[in-house]
Design a protein around this ligand. Structure first.
Ligand code: MN
Length: 372
């Protein structure tokens, strides 16, 4: 039986060193490497990786090994995420009774991401996973062969506290950092909507991943880190690999003693860019439909667009048919019209006969002008 216990670590960061923070890489190794390049990450920086290193991407094992390699220099501090912990747990508990459900997870991820963490582990041990029996047959070889990797994940801290910042994947349940030692690892790594749910105002800024920041707004869809100064929370998960217009964010704290106002960020995605040839103004009263409340009713189905009602907001709007999911759901969508200036760089997400859905500076919306 695997024993996953909450670990709280304390670190003193020297002055004069830049602190970089990312989270939720989810096996997207190319994003992670490009982001570090973009930041000109060097040995004098301290890099915090706030959990969810593996799963959902196409290079889960390689991402984990790359993080392990980076850790050898001593300036990279990874933490455990709920998905990392969950994978340790389900691999450990894998047996005849649950193997069918486990195989379903393998198939789902294969369809969605092309692979899964366990499938990569099994393949490296020479096992192909073509049925539930194969999954179970690979278990012992996987556990033996990947002892180092599993020990690395198992020993990751749940919470890391520094002089001015606290890092945890999901969120803190107790206001006092030390009191969270009594909380389970999943309570701290899987705290959905932490920024709005927690009643606490923290003493030090708490930096979290886990909950894609785009889920915090019903009006617009934006992927940049959010700094909540009232509660002292910084939420940084840009939905990398989980959302098609998501991004991997990197928070840049110039020095351990700097204030929240001095914190900046960069991000990376692989969406093709175009240049706007026309300007347009932002719209008002937009809606953002996310998977939390994506129930809709189709009022009139058209050839390219359908007129729908979003149940949660009651708003009626036209959406491209490609965003419909069956009769009563839709994909993440916003009718927000972005403010655009001629010459702006736009990431092109979808094209329609009426205009395009683009992302500009981390915010998604419509652009109706010409572009090159
Ligand atoms: Mn997570």
């Amino acid at each position: 039986m695997i024993n996953l216990t909450t670990r709280i670590e304390h670190i003193t960061v020297e002055q004069g060193r830049r602190i970089l923070v990312t989270s939720d890489i989810h096996g997207n190794l190319s994003y992670f490497k490009k982001l570090l390049q973009k930041a000109e990450f060097c040995d004098n920086d301290i890099l915090f990786i706030v959990g969810d290193i593996v799963e959902k991407g196409n290079e889960n094992l390689n991402t984990l090994r790359y993080v392990m390699e980076l850790c050898e220099k001593g300036n990279v501090i990874p933490l455990i995420g709920n998905v990392d912990a969950n994978r340790l747990k389900i691999i450990d508990e894998l047996c005849e009774d649950n193997v069918n459900g486990f195989y379903k997870y393998i198939l789902n991820l294969r369809e969605w991401a092309g692979t899964s963490f366990y499938e990569e582990l099994a393949n490296e041990c020479g096992y192909a996973l073509n049925c539930a029996e194969d999954v179970l047959a690979a278990k012992q070889a996987v556990i033996t062969h990947f002892e180092n990797e599993f020990n690395f994940l198992k020993n990751l801290p749940t919470v890391t506290e520094t002089q001015n910042f606290v890092f945890v994947h999901g969120g803190l349940r107790e206001q006092q950092v030390s009191n969270n030692i009594n909380k389970g690892i999943f309570e701290l790594t899987k705290f959905d909507t932490f920024m709005t749910e927690t009643p606490h105002t923290f003493e030090k800024y708490v930096i979290v991943g886990h909950w894609p920041v785009c889920l915090y707004s019903n009006c617009t869809q934006q992927f940049n880190p959010i700094i909540n100064r009232d509660k002292k929370i910084i939420s940084i998960d840009g939905g990398c690999g989980v959302k098609k217009d998501g991004q991997l964010n990197l928070l840049i704290i110039p020095d351990i003693n700097c204030s929240a106002d001095e914190i900046t960020y960069i991000s990376y995605d692989e969406i093709p860019c175009v240049s706007a040839l026309e300007s347009q103004e932002a719209s008002e009263n937009s809606v953002h439909i996310s998977w939390i409340d994506n129930e809709i009713r189709i009022i009139e189905k058209g050839e390219e667009f359908s007129f729908i009602e979003h149940i949660q907001s009651g708003k009626r709007l036209n959406i491209p048919n490609s965003y419909l999911r069956g009769e009563n759901k839709c994909a993440d969508y916003t009718d927000y019209v972005l403010p655009v200036n001629k010459g702006d760089s736009l990431s092109l997400i979808a094209q329609t006969s009426k205009g395009c859905i683009v992302k500009k500076d981390g915010v998604t919306g419509w652009y109706y002008g010409k572009y090159v």
